[in-house]
Design a protein around this ligand. Structure first.
Ligand SMILES: [Zn+2]
Length: 117
């Protein structure tokens, strides 16, 4: 077998490159959520919550409604920052919600669940 013939299969079947996948455009992180002021406030609110959702009372050890993922706790702005940015660092405007409750609460819903407990 000649040298060329031995190389031929390689030319016919060049190594396949991975198809380029369309990258999701990265969402710009809101610098507010990485600010020292917010992190400090968030920490205080989480500490005082005893690790439970204000609305449903579940903790990070409980499962989400999908039964697979564990819940996360979020510090929710009762009145959304987009509605009233002045209250974004107001502790009285913050409550702990689990991922399920936080996803269900809409931006314009300013229910204070602490008052319902
Ligand atoms: Zn909840």
């Amino acid at each position: 077998m000649s040298f060329k013939k031995r190389l031929k299969p390689l030319y016919e079947n060049p190594p396949q490159r991975k198809p380029k996948t369309a990258k999701k455009p990265k969402r710009k992180r809101d610098p507010f959520y990485s600010s020292y002021e917010w992190k400090t406030l968030r920490y205080e609110v989480l500490k005082e919550s005893e690790g439970r959702c204000t609305l449903c009372g579940r903790s990070r050890n409980d499962f989400s409604v999908d039964g697979i993922t564990k819940l996360n706790l979020t510090v929710d702005h009762i009145t959304s920052r987009s509605v009233d940015p002045i209250k974004e660092l107001d502790k009285e405007n913050c409550q702990i919600l689990c991922t399920d409750c936080h996803e269900a609460k809409k931006v314009n819903d300013n229910t204070d669940f602490r008052a319902l407990g």
